[in-house]
Design a protein around this ligand. Structure first.
Ligand SMILES: O=C(O)c1ccccc1N[C@@H]1O[C@H](COP(=O)(O)O)[C@@H](O)[C@H]1O
Length: 199
């Protein structure tokens, strides 16, 4: 099970996620209590070992701004939330991309349909800690490298994995003690639970 821990803001957050076995760590450049600036991101990313993917998270920001921030910060992948058209993905081609979307009857759930390497299915309010109705995956479900996000916690991640059978999971709110502040014990428990029975 591929595990991404998102919204990291301190050296201790990064060290904890990496030591816990996270496969990817996320840095939020969108307006959010978890937003970090470029110099801080550069410093944190320098501490991430090469086997762990670094992901920059963006929400409805223009492609030029996304490219500039991602390049300066040095992230390995760009995660795009919002109503981005295929043209924006084409503009950012050359970077590794993750398409973050909600699941509606109209959603194209084919991984790569927009040129992305990974797909993320999230709740309508990204980063809110709200879960969504996973039974919607019975009529339409992706195949390949797709991540489940939205209200996951150490306590519900196993059940969510069994219900949705994702390739990977992504968490932010569920491993925080208060909004924007990571709880290192919860990060360790989340990663262990998500990867349980697979090590
Ligand atoms: O975390 C944020 O503040 C955020 C802001 C803008 C776009 C995406 C954001 N986070 C993403 O939301 C999910 C985690 O959701 P949850 O908090 O666990 O419910 C994850 O993909 C983050 O990258």
């Amino acid at each position: 099970m591929y595990v991404k821990v998102c919204g990291l803001r301190t050296e201790a957050d990064v060290a904890t996620a990496v030591e816990a076995g996270a496969d990817a760590v996320g840095f939020v450049f969108a307006a959010s209590p978890r937003q970090i600036d470029i110099p801080t991101a550069q410093k944190l990313i320098a501490d991430v070992p090469p086997h762990v993917l670094t992901v920059g998270v963006f929400l409805e920001q223009p492609a030029g701004e996304v490219r500039q921030i991602a390049t300066e910060a040095g992230v390995g992948m760009i995660q795009l939330h919002g109503d981005y058209p295929r043209e924006t993905f084409a503009e950012l081609a050359g970077s590794r991309l993750m398409r973050a979307t909600t699941l509606t009857p109209e959603t194209d759930v084919t991984v790569g349909a927009y040129g992305e390497e990974m797909l993320l299915l999230d709740s309508p309010k990204a980063g809110s800690g709200e879960q969504w109705d996973l039974t919607r995956l019975t009529t339409s479900r992706p195949d390949g490298p797709w991540l489940l996000a939205g209200g996951l916690t150490p306590g519900n991640v196993r059940a969510a994995i069994e219900a949705a059978r994702p390739w990977g999971v992504d968490v932010s709110s569920g491993v925080e003690s208060s909004r924007g502040v990571k709880d290192h014990g919860l990060i360790r428990t989340f990663v262990a639970e998500a990867k349980r029975d697979q090590r």
